[in-house]
Every structure is written in C-alpha cells, then in structure tokens.
Design a binder for this molecule. Structure first.
Ligand code: ADP
Ligand code: 5GP
Length: 209
C-alpha cells in the first residue's frame, strides 16, 4: 500500500473543479473528497435546490470558525470572497488512517499552506480553455448574481498567477479528457517512489539472507 497522498485541486471559480471532483470520487477507489467548513451562506444549486449542510460544506458561524482556528482544527484555511473556508484536520487524518487518499478542492492560499506542511502533496491547477468559456460556465451555472460573477471573473485573473506553484496543469475543455488527465495524475502519484518507500524496504529485507 502506498503512503496516502493529499491531492489539491484549484482553479478559477466556474472552471469545473466541482464537476471533475465529483466524477473522480464516483469512478476511483480509495479516495475521499473533503467537505470544507465555511462561513458563507448556502447557495442555490443549478437544479434549483440549495446547498446542504454536511454535503456541500459544513456551514458554520464566524465565531465557530474562529474558535476552530484557535483550537488548531484546520489543516489549512483562508479568507476568500469575504468568507472563511477551511479543511478539517481530523477529516484528513481519519481518511488516511482508513486507507484513503484525500482530495481538497480549495483555493491557492490554502494550497500553498498544504504544500508547506506536506511537500508530498500533489497540487493540480485546472485552467479554462478561454476567458469567454469561463464566463459562459459561470453564467450558465446560474448560482451567483451578476455582481458576484464579475467579482469571480476579476479574481480569476489574480488566481492564474498562482498556477506556476502547482505540480500539474489540466485544461478543462472537454470534460471527459480533463477527468482522464486528473485520473492519470492520481494513479501516477500513487506510484511515486516517495509514496512507496516501505515496498522497497520490504523487498530489500527479502534479499538480506
Ligand atoms: P467550479 O467548481 O470550478 O466552480 P463547476 O464544477 O461548478 O465549477 O462548473 C461550472 C459550470 O461549468 C457547471 O455548470 C458545469 O456543469 C460546467 N462545466 C464543467 N466542466 C465543463 C466542461 N468541460 N465543458 C462545459 N461545461 C462544463
Ligand atoms: P465557493 O464559494 O465557490 O464554494 O468557493 C470559493 C473558493 O473557496 C473556491 O476557490 C474553493 O475552491 C475555495 N474553497 C472551498 N473550500 C475551501 C477550503 O476548505 N479551504 C480553502 N483554502 N479554500 C476553499
């Protein structure tokens, strides 16, 4: 068994991170998607329903978020679009202990915190095929106001500057191809020497007679 890996997926809002992660979780074994904590309000979904607590996010108050920071409960956290978002440390630890790799769908500040504490974490940046297509997807998702969409598009250009810090870039033009690319990155990362030192040690022991 390989040493469990933390995968980080980032990219501008509307690029397709959630869609790709959903497909990966549905198609790959032994991998869990972290449900973040956030202080932002639940949002309308494309199907007209609302985001559900515990499924899309753990929706918590700013006071609770602040107490969790003080208690060291976050693996990483950041303030984005004037809300706080963070990954539960215990979720990551429990999943790895249960034999699962973990995917964090988080933004860049958080990604850099993860890489600083775990240099073996694999950072994947999802790029849109074009600015126009990103706008089309944000508008088509129909879950933000026009003002929020403009803010997210303006933010997207700042976020692109962080892409250089990532290990892999995937352009989400054709969805199936993007999912395939992320799948291959995950499979290859599971076979890295750094994730399999125990296998080498076990084989080496057999040769020592
Ligand atoms: P993010 O999680 O990055 O904010 P979403 O996964 O919510 O983005 O995707 C935004 C919208 O774009 C959704 O309506 C989704 O169905 C659509 N989408 C995702 N990937 C593609 C793709 N490759 N081609 C066309 N539409 C896509
Ligand atoms: P949204 O409000 O669209 O759900 O998310 C806004 C941004 O916050 C997205 O870029 C998303 O990836 C990021 N995000 C979601 N959860 C977390 C988290 O736990 N930590 C960090 N750092 N970012 C997060």
């Amino acid at each position: 068994m390989h040493k469990k890996v933390t995968f980080v997926i980032s990219g501008p809002s509307g690029v397709g991170k959630g869609t790709i992660c959903e497909r990966i979780i549905g198609s790959m074994e032994n991998i869990a998607l972290s449900v973040s904590c956030t202080t932002r309000a639940p949002r309308r979904l494309e199907d007209g329903g609302m985001e559900t607590d515990g499924v899309h996010y753990h929706f918590i108050t700013p006071e609770r978020f602040s107490a969790m920071i003080d208690e060291g409960d976050f693996y990483e956290y950041a303030c984005v679009h004037s809300g706080y978002y963070g990954t539960s440390r215990s979720f990551v630890e429990k999943q790895k202990a249960a034999g699962n790799d973990v995917i964090l769908e988080i933004e860049m500040q958080g990604a850099l915190q993860v890489k600083a504490t775990d240099p073996e974490a694999v950072l994947i940046f999802i790029l849109p095929p074009s600015y126009e297509e990103l706008r089309r997807r944000l508008v088509g998702r129909n879950s933000e106001t026009a003002e929020q969409i403009e803010k997210r598009l303006a933010d997207a250009s700042n976020q692109l500057a962080f892409a250089y810090a990532y290990d892999y870039l995937v352009v989400n033009d054709n969805l199936d191809e993007a999912v395939q690319a992320v799948t291959e990155i995950i499979e290859a990362s599971r076979m890295r020497t750094s994730s399999n030192k125990k296998k080498i040690d076990d084989i080496k022991r057999c040769f020592r007679r």
